[in-house]
Design a protein around this ligand. Sequence first.
Ligand SMILES: *Cc1c(COP(=O)(O)O)cnc(C)c1O
Length: 371
Amino acid sequence: MPSLVIPSDLLPADGRFGCGPSKVRAEQLAHLAAEGPELIGTSHRQAPVKNLVGRVRSGLADLFALPAGYEVVLGNGGSTAFWDAAASGLIERRAQLCSFGEFGQKFAIEAGAPWLEAPDVRRAAPGSRSAPEPVEGVDVYAWPHNETSTGVMAPVTRVTGDDGALTVIDATSAAGGVEVDPTQFDVYYFAPQKNFASDGGIWFALFSPAAIERVERIAAGDRYIPEFLSLKNAIDNSRLNQTLNTPAIGTLLLLESQLEWMNESGGLTWADARTRESSSVLYDWAARTEVAMPFVAEPADRSQVVVTIDFDESTDAARISSILRENGVVDTEPYRKLGRNQLRIATFTAIDPDDVRALTACLDHVLERMG
Ligand SMILES: *Cc1c(COP(=O)(O)O)cnc(C)c1O
């Protein structure tokens, strides 16, 4: 029995508000149940699974309206594996990284690999952001499109530095929920357990021709690159709709269904409008709620897919999260290492704006009674 019962007519239809893994729609699970029996448990080297990979790759190319020459590349291991792959085979000598939260910081650490020059790391305090700046000798400029640990969103605008320098974006929590112009990046990488409402353990990356050329040049050189981290290998396999080692077929089916839904509903423009609507509901709620305020001070930096709301000392945010959880509304806790009196709420594409409105009614109900 919850310590505080939220009336069922206030509760959202779906109570999953986590930032990843995140809400999977019932239609995706139905797709898994319908298509799974033919595919799950069969070889990923045969046509049925390769065709599934092909449909996912073309679904992504459609969603992002990829220009000619851009390719959809995939490999196992999630975005964390991609950082090591990028340090191994994408950064030539030196990277510049904007680090304004946990995820940006993690890539900055990987870009400090001993075979590279010390990276140029532009740090900013959590809740704010740093911006890239052209510097001679830098061949990769990298930052997160959306810093999931803090709810800060950054523009994706190509950096014009040295000839051939690449713009590489961690889009793990932005991709599929935020509009982006592919001509502004060379690599846009993500894992599908956030806006794509699938499971983790795999990465996808949209590569420009310049980025492919970079990978091929480094691979042809004498740097030692472990097979599992080889982007050259990932590109070659992706062109055949394969991965180096066995992928999770269920993950691909969930992703396929989400891509179909997004592309049929109006694509990235539609998804962008939907996440804007959901996040505005929460930012407006924070503005009119005396004890709450958005963590990100600069309105232009506030994320439309991960909303972070601070509470003043009178109100214990952890208690709110725990009451919500007891009522089936889960994963509103802040990023664990941030250590703030905060709620963090995903407003990913799968999450219904009406459920976000219901969540604010639940919050009002809980706040009135918490005392
Ligand atoms: C979730 C997340 C990651 C980590 O993704 P994994 O697939 O778990 O490795 C990296 N970057 C950002 C911005 C994220 O939100």
